[in-house]
Structure formats: structure tokens, C-alpha cells
Design a protein around this ligand. Structure first.
Ligand code: 26Q
Length: 814
């Protein structure tokens, strides 16, 4: 199975030029950086396809149990650098490009971000795909190929505006359109009963059909020949569509109508808060589920004809409840199409699915109004009712007539809007329900799914999230990566992350400390340059780069950060000039998108801008404090910002962040964390030691009692003072910020900013004190990277493979 394509510099140059000429159709003698990017990418893609073919041929031959990872969102970011590094041919390509008169870094910058997801959950899937490929697991990812990814954030006068992200405008060399892999997906219609061989069966007569077409995205592993597939579905009009109106002569309208089918996969919903009963969203979910399952079942049938083998050959992972209609769909296929009896079908279905939840917020759990579901998917609603009926009967036999509990656990919520609780459906069906951190599991047991935990304690597990060190260190921080390899004497940590702990033995070595500091300085210089290009603001490399980048949410408390910055500003202003020498200079960097309909989050962005305007233009302040908002935060921006940060902030009110994965990326890059003991931070503390971090704030178990205190919980004076500055219009926009300030009043401060403020400032002061002791800071920084091994997605995936999916590596021979 030797590689067919050659990887020497001459062959690579020829390949790039051939693609420029024949694929991109530009002259091989005159082409620009973007065309070089295209030629290069197609050449890389050829190599990916080769491995992809070998891998799938091998999987087919071995027929192992396969994992199918179903997610409505994948945040892949850029592919080029990651691919060439995983293929092990980055230097060869860089050399080939050089010979052609181009620079790899410049060409790589031409690539746009594939942003088919909102935030943490979506990026987690991307990291997990990288680990699945690297660890040789026989896995497939399934998702939707949205034409519009997450909106682009434009900042105009400090306000967020949203622009569509039509990311396919310039083509996408990383995908392969599979015109022959397509399936009809049906919607609407009625359910009728038919008698077959003395049995009555239900037949769904659908009202609309849309075609799902596959686009494949090869995902290469690192240090292996394996390349797995991320298959994304796009909606296309079906040939069976509305022939009637065509026949009656309304040709134009028939075509316009057909075209509407494409809207299903048009746009990613940009809100990661709570579920709203939108028909298009539900259509997306079913479109995705139906196409994926047809594909999976077809593959299964190629080699098997007995569905009893299905759970031995197939593991279906549902990423949050978004794909959970898959449960009803598998039941429908087995009962209605394969004519299995209900209990056999249920036995099979309940052995193939596993479910991971990513929230701690009960109100964020997905609920689908019964009317909506019944109209769009009438047969699925019947099936869900039947599942619920049987579950309720079983439950009654176990817990008796406790109607409150029965109604809490029912899959059907009887309320003002009768709805289906998708989380309950998922828990009832799946044998394993995973949380994403230890704290998260505790919250699931004690609060979110308490009733279910008491019934089925064995179902509930957690797998601490992780991020891939390939993307987040090797690709994004090559200098640190080389330094780590040099000091460990091996590159093996890139596959075996436990080795990072080996840095601990060198932590006090002045040479390592010096080199470590140098790497940080170079990365900070790169970030400073980016900031200057963006905003014209010059920042000092001697300042502490203090960063908070993530989606804007009240619970993530960017507002706490801004209030802390106002406090710092206020203190400096009120200092004697001679005392200002003692101030540790800071560059505060904030970035993140607010959901378009999330008013308070948008006000937080505006506040950040008005505060920045004031501080950055205050001659008294100079380099002592700068505030920069980085617009349009995305994966590529993170790759630039994280390596250049000294300190990163993770401020969620304890008990609100299921895990958090940004913290892990910073940790790997040797940035110190300033954080609440929430989500995965609690486990990070265990790995790197609380004295190597700056921790503050109420603990998870204290928060409910604090909230109970209501208005009697008084915020400290420093807090009242900074809030008053905003309220009184010190930064302008007095009326606009009123509602934001109102959320901070005693008794209304749900996220406890006032309560946590004093300890937040203390943690900030501790960070300052440490920063002026560079040796100590570097020491903590090295120990952060050394302690980050547990937070590699390789670890998470190994856990899932063993304890949830029951899959084994299937390594394609070189
Ligand atoms: C669902 C249905 C309808 C509309 C929107 C949604 C929707 C979409 C995205 C709901 C939630 C999300 C995203 C959630 C998310 O990113 N959660 C984060 O998941 C990370 C990975 O596990 C955790 O680290 C974070 O703590 C968690 O907030």
C-alpha cells in the first residue's frame, strides 16, 4: 500500500503547478498567493484522498465495530497547516513553495475559516475527529454542510453587527462532492394503517421529499496512515418534487418551489442558548438524521443482513440532544421498514446509542412542541409517544404512583405548549449518558437529571473534555512545539501527551526558562502586530497580555472582567504619579461573538468598546493599561491569540460552565489561568496545582445558598463604585447601559458578580505580584504545559472508546 504520490520537493512543486494550471485554471507562470493556496491545497487533498481510500478499504476488509459521531456542528477552522503537519510533509511543502517563490505562512493565511458551529461544543467535535483519526479508530463524523457558517462579527461604533459568512464563495478545496451518494429525506404527510400478512402496520405517506447529497472531508491522523471521513450533507431539490404543478404548466413556480428545498442546509443557527421551536431548525435536525442513518444502514447492510448484529457493528454517538431524533428514526426503520417487532427493535436501538450532554442549564434543554413535530414528522411523534408509554409503565412499576416524579421524567411535557423533551428521550434510550467534566457529572446527578440518576445511576458517566495538541500547540505555536521536543528529546508527545509531564524535571533549568520566555516574547510580538493592524493601538511587549476569548454570555461574566478593568483604571487615575511606577502594565484583550438576539450580551460588547475608548486615549494611563476588543473571534484568531497570552480568564459563575475547553488550550501553551472553580478548571487544579493558578470566587456548592440570600447579599463598595460609573454615564451611553446595570443590582445579580468581585480583584492582584517575578511566572508557565496532558482530546477519545462506544483501533498498514 505504498503511497502513490511522491513527496520530494520536485514532485510537490510539479503537483502544485499542475493544480494551478489544470484545477484552478491559472497560468503556472503567473499566479498569486491565493491561487498558490488553491494549488497547494488540491495537491494536499490528493494525498489525503490516497490515505482515505486505503483506510476505508482496510476498514471494509476488517469490518470492525464503527463509531458514527453525529453532530449538528463542527468548527473545523482552517485545514491546510493541520493537514500537512498530520501528513508529516509540512517542511517538504514549505520548501517546494519556496522554490516557486512563495512562503508557506503567507499562503496558509489565504485560507478562510470553516465555521460550521457556534463555540465549545462544535470545536470539541473538531478536536475529537483529529484524535479519532490519530488513534486509528474506525470512525465517521456526520454533520450538515451549511452554506452560511457562523455570522461574521462586524464592529461599528462599538456595536456588534452580523454579516453572513458565505464561506463557500471562494470554493472549498478540502471537500469532495459525492454526487452519487445521495438519499431522499421525507417530511410531512400522514400515517396510514395497512394490513400485511394478518398484521397491521403503520405506513408513513410523506408529503415532501428533499435530496441529501454527501460532501466528504478527509481528516488525517498524525503519525499514522489513517484518514477518516467527515461527511456533511447538503440539501438539494428532489427529482420527485411537485411534478403535479410542473405538469399543470406552472413551470416557473414549480422551479422556485423546488429551489426552496436547499434552504434546509443553508444556515447555521447562531444561538447557543436555548431551543426555540422553529420548523426550519427541526427540519435541519431530521434532514441530517435521516440522511446519516440511511448511509450508515446501507453500509451495515453491505456486509450484514441481520439487525441483531447492528449493536456489535455500530455505535451511534449523539452530540447533545440535537441529533436525538435519530432514536425515533432507527425505531421507525426497524419497525416500519424492516418489520421487526417493537421489543426487538427497542433492544437493538437502546444498545447502539450513547449521548453526551454539554449543558448545565435545565432551561437550555431542547423541547420540541408536539404540534410542530406531529405536522413535520407524524410517524416519529407516534413512535415517541409509544416509547414514552412503555417507559411510563415501567417507571410506575418501579416507583409507584408518584405523579410529580412521573411527570418530571416523562418524555412528553404537558404544559402550555405540549412538548417532547429530547433529553429525556435520549436518557431513556441510551445506556450511557456522559457529562463533559467531573463537576458537570455532579450537577447532572444532583440537579439537571436527578430523577433519572436515582433510577439508573449506572448510566451516568463523565469524560473530561480535551483539545488536540496537534492543532493547539504544533500548528498554532510551532516555536513552543520545537522547544518542548528539544527538552523532552523527542517529538513523541505529539501522539503521547503523557510525555509532557517530563518538562517538570527541567522546570528550574535557567536555559529552559530563558528559551521559554523567548518563545513567549516572539508570540507576543506577533499578537501585538495583529492588534496594531486591527486597531492602530500599539501595545508594549513588557505588559502582561491578559486575555478572555469565548462566546459572550452573562454566565461567562465578561462583564466582571470589564468592571475589573474599570476598577484598575480608576485606581491608576487616583494614584500619586510616583506610585504609578508600581503598576504592572496590562494589555487586556477581549474577544467573542454575541448571539444576534442576545441583547445584554451585545451591550457587554458595546461597554467594552466605550471603556476601551476612554482608557486607550487617556494620556495619564499610557502603557499601564490598554483594552482591546478583537473583532470576529474564530478558530484562526484563537490560534494567533492563545500562544501570545500571558494570562487567560475563565470567569463563569460556579456551576454554569459544563466544562470549558478554551482553558485547556491556554494551559497547553503555558498561559496562566485566572479562573473560578467551575467545569474542567477543578480538574486542571488537580493536575497543575492550585498554587500554579489564580483562583477566586464562590464554589459550585455555595452558589445556591448565596442566591437564596437575594438582596441581603451586599456587593462591596468598590463594585458599587464601578457600576455607578457606568450607570452615571462616565463612559457615555447612559440610557443604553441602564438595563445592563440593572442586572447587577442587589437581589438581581443572578450571576453573583458583586459577590465575587472582591476575590476577583485579589486574584488579579496575585497575578500582578507574580508577573513582576518573571522567574516564578515562567516556572508556573512551564508547569502549566507540563500538567496539561490530561486535557488532550486523545485522552477523552480513549475513554469514550473503551467505556462508551466499545470500539478498537483499526490501523491501516503503511
Ligand atoms: C440547539 C437547538 C436550537 C438552537 C440552538 C441549539 C444549541 C446550539 C449550540 C445549543 C447549544 C449549543 C452549544 C453549546 C456549547 O457549546 N456548549 C459548550 O460545550 C463545551 C464542550 O463540551 C463545553 O466545554 C462548554 O462548557 C459548553 O458551554
Amino acid at each position: 500500500m505504498d503511497a502513490f504520490l511522491k513527496n520530494d520537493s520536485f514532485s510537490l512543486q510539479k503537483d502544485i503547478l499542475d493544480h494551478v494550471e489544470y484545477t484552478v485554471a491559472r497560468s503556472r507562470f503567473i499566479f498569486d498567493d491565493f491561487e498558490a493556496y488553491q494549488g497547494l491545497s488540491y495537491s494536499v487533498r490528493d494525498r489525503l484522498i490516497e490515505r482515505w481510500h486505503d483506510t476505508h478499504r482496510y476498514f471494509k476488509k476488517k469490518d470492525p465495530k464503527r463509531l458514527y459521531f453525529l453532530s449538528l456542528e463542527f468548527l473545523m477552522g482552517r485545514s491546510l497547516s493541520n493537514s500537512v503537519i498530520n501528513l508529516g510533509i509540512r517542511d517538504q511543502y514549505a520548501d517546494a513553495l519556496n522554490q516557486l517563490g512563495f512562503e508557506f505562512e503567507v499562503v496558509a493565511e489565504q485560507e478562510g475559516d470553516a465555521a460550521l458551529g457556534n463555540g465549545g461544543l462544535a470545536r470539541l467535535c473538531a478536536c475529537q475527529m483529529d484524535s479519532l483519526a490519530t488513534l486509528d479508530y474506525p470512525a465517521w463524523g456526520y454533520g450538515l454542510r451549511y452554506q452560511y457558517g457562523l455570522f461574521r462579527q462586524i464592529i461599528l461604533d462599538g456595536f456588534q453587527l452580523e454579516e453572513p459568512d458565505y464561506w463557500l464563495n471562494f470554493g472549498n478545496p478540502w471537500e469532495i462532492e459525492r454526487v452519487h451518494v445521495s438519499y431522499p429525506v421525507k417530511f410531512y404527510g400522514t400515517v396510514e394503517e395497512e394490513g400485511i400478512q394478518g398484521q397491521t402496520i403503520k405506513v408513513w405517506i410523506p408529503g415532501e421529499t428533499v435530496e441529501a447529497v454527501a460532501y466528504d472531508n478527509p481528516i488525517p491522523g498524525y503519525g499514522t496512515r489513517n484518514a477518516i471521513n467527515l461527511r456533511l450533507w447538503a440539501a438539494k431539490p428532489s427529482d420527485q418534487y411537485d411534478m403535479e404543478s410542473y405538469n399543470t404548466g406552472d413551470y416557473i413556480n414549480a422551479i422556485m418551489d423546488r429551489q426552496k428545498a436547499e434552504t434546509i442546509s443553508n444556515v447555521l443557527y447562531p444561538d447557543d442558548r436555548s431551543y426555540q421551536g422553529k420548523e426550519l431548525r427541526l427540519k435541519q435536525h431530521y434532514f441530517f438524521v435521516s440522511a446519516s442513518l440511511q448511509d450508515i444502514i446501507r453500509r451495515f447492510r453491505d456486509d450484514h443482513n441481520n439487525f441483531d448484529e447492528f449493536p456489535e457493528k455500530v455505535a451511534l454517538q449523539i452530540n447533545d440532544t440535537h441529533p436525538s431524533l435519530a432514536i425515533a428514526e432507527v425505531m421507525r426503520v426497524l419497525v416500519d421498514e424492516e418489520h421487526l417487532d417493537w421489543s426487538r427493535a427497542w433492544d437493538i436501538t437502546s444498545r447502539v446509542f450513547s449521548f453526551t450532554t454539554h449543558t448545565v442549564h435545565v432551561e437550555a434543554l431542547e423541547k420540541i412542541p408536539v404540534d410542530l413535530l406531529g405536522n413535520l414528522l407524524p410517524r416519529h411523534l407516534q413512535i415517541i409517544y409509544e416509547i414514552n408509554y412503555k417507559f411510563m409503565e415501567e417507571l410506575k412499576s418501579m416507583i409507584g404512583q408518584d405523579y410529580d416524579r412521573l411527570s418530571r421524567m416523562s418524555i412528553v411535557e404537558e404544559g402550555a405548549v405540549k412538548s417532547i423533551r429530547m433529553a429525556n428521550l435520549s436518557i431513556v434510550c441510551c445506556q450511557i449518558v456522559n457529562g463533559v467534566s467531573k463537576v458537570h457529572l455532579d450537577l447532572l446527578k444532583e440537579r439537571v437529571f436527578k430523577d433519572f440518576y436515582e433510577l439508573w445511576p449506572q448510566k451516568f458517566q463523565y469524560k473530561t473534555n480535551g483539545v488536540t495538541q496537534r492543532r493547539w500547540v504544533v500548528v498554532s505555536n510551532p516555536n513552543l512545539s520545537s522547544l518542548i521536543s528539544k527538552w523532552l528529546g523527542t517529538e513523541s508527545w505529539i501522539r503521547n501527551v503523557d510525555l509532557l509531564a517530563g518538562l517538570r524535571q527541567h522546570v528550574s533549568d535557567p536555559d529552559l526558562q530563558r528559551e521559554w520566555k523567548m518563545v513567549k516574547k516572539v508570540n507576543k510580538a506577533r499578537l501585538a502586530e495583529y492588534i496594531e493592524t486591527l486597531s492602530g493601538i500599539k501595545v508594549s511587549l513588557d505588559a502582561m497580555f491578559d486575555v478572555q476569548i469565548k462566546r459572550i454570555h452573562e454566565y461567562k461574566r465578561q462583564l466582571l472582567n470589564i468592571l475589573g478593568i474599570i476598577h484598575r483604571y480608576d485606581c491608576i487615575k487616583n494614584m500619586e504619579t510616583s506610585d504609578r511606577r508600581k503598576v504592572v502594565p496590562r494589555v487586556c484583550i477581549i474577544g467573542g461573538k454575541a448571539a444576534p438576539g442576545y441583547d445584554i450580551a451585545k451591550k457587554i460588547i458595546k461597554l467594552c468598546h466605550v471603556v476601551a475608548e476612554k482608557i486607550n486615549n487617556d494620556a495619564d494611563i499610557g502603557d499601564l493599561l490598554k483594552l482591546v476588543f478583537i473583532p470576529d473571534y474564530n478558530v484562526s484568531v484563537a490560534e494567533l491569540v492563545i500562544p501570545g497570552s500571558d494570562l487567560s480568564q475563565h470567569l463563569s459563575t460556579a456551576g454554569h460552565e459544563a466544562s470549558g475547553t478554551g482553558s485547556m488550550k491556554f494551559l497547553m501553551n503555558g498561559c496562566l489561568l485566572l479562573a473560578t472553580a467551575d467545569g474542567a478548571i477543578v480538574e486542571i487544579m488537580e493536575e497543575v496545582g492550585a498554587d500554579n493558578m489564580f483562583l477566586f470566587g464562590a464554589k459550585v456548592n455555595e452558589v445556591p445558598a448565596l442566591r437564596e440570600k437575594g438582596a441581603s447579599l451586599k456587593a462591596p463598595l468598590q463594585f458599587l463604585r464601578v457600576v455607578r460609573m457606568v450607570r452615571d454615564g462616565y463612559f457615555g451611553f447612559k440610557d443604553y447601559f441602564k438595563s445592563l446595570c440593572d442586572t447587577l443590582e442587589d437581589g438581581k445579580d443572578f450571576y453573583l458578580l458583586g459577590y465575587d468581585f472582591a476575590s476577583y480583584l485579589e486574584a488579579q492582584a496575585a497575578a500582578d505580584r507574580t508577573f513582576v517575578d518573571p522567574e516564578k511566572w515562567i516556572h508556573m508557565s512551564i508547569l502549566s504545559t507540563a500538567g496539561s496532558g490530561k486535557f488532550s482530546s486523545d485522552k477523552t477519545i480513549e475513554e469514550y472508546a473503551k467505556h462508551t462506544w466499545g470500539i478498537e483501533p483499526c490501523k491501516c498498514p503503511f
